[in-house]
Design a protein around this ligand. Structure first.
Ligand code: CMP
Length: 140
């Protein structure tokens, strides 16, 4: 299995509850390595651009409002089959459907305040990493 990279966001509900370390510990224990990380406050433009594929969805406005409601931690994660590994440890989008032991089962508050985002494919991981990081900011 190849070592690949994925993109992660620790969302405002998690930073508000001081869970950056708790979430990151679960990512690391799942075999992922943090090779880039920064804490930022997303602008409305950034949130709308990042979630552009969801622009027509009914929850888009609330999603942008939530993602700009407090700091987030954007990260690049590296590991074997990183996209799938990260999605497995994150759990289902809706915490009500998330498996035991996943980040969203342990920490998420709701489908919106679901503590973490993770890329859904290698292609989108590359796009999402480039949205927030310059190549020399990722140190493997
Ligand atoms: P994320 O993986 O960051 O990608 C889009 C986000 O939209 C998703 O996680 C959810 O947190 C959020 N969201 C809010 N409401 C819904 C909904 N009804 N269905 C799917 N995603 C939703």
């Amino acid at each position: 299995m190849a070592v690949t990279r994925t993109f992660s966001i620790i969302k405002p509900d998690a930073t508000r509850r001081n869970l950056t370390g708790g979430v990151t510990k679960m990512l690391e224990e799942a075999g992922l390595r943090v090779v880039a990380s920064k804490r930022i406050h997303l602008t409305k433009d950034q949130a709308e651009g990042f979630y552009g594929v969801h622009r027509e969805r009914p929850f888009f406005g609330d999603l942008v409002k939530f993602m700009t409601s407090g700091p987030v931690v954007v990260q690049v994660l590296e590991g074997e089959d990183a996209v799938k590994r990260n999605r497995d440890i994150m759990g289902a989008t809706n915490p009500a459907n998330a498996d035991e032991g996943t980040i969203r089962k342990v920490y998420a508050e709701s489908i919106e305040a679901n503590s973490v985002h993770g890329s859904d494919s290698d292609e989108n991981a590359a796009i999402e990493i480039a949205f927030f990081f310059k190549p020399d900011e990722v140190v493997g």
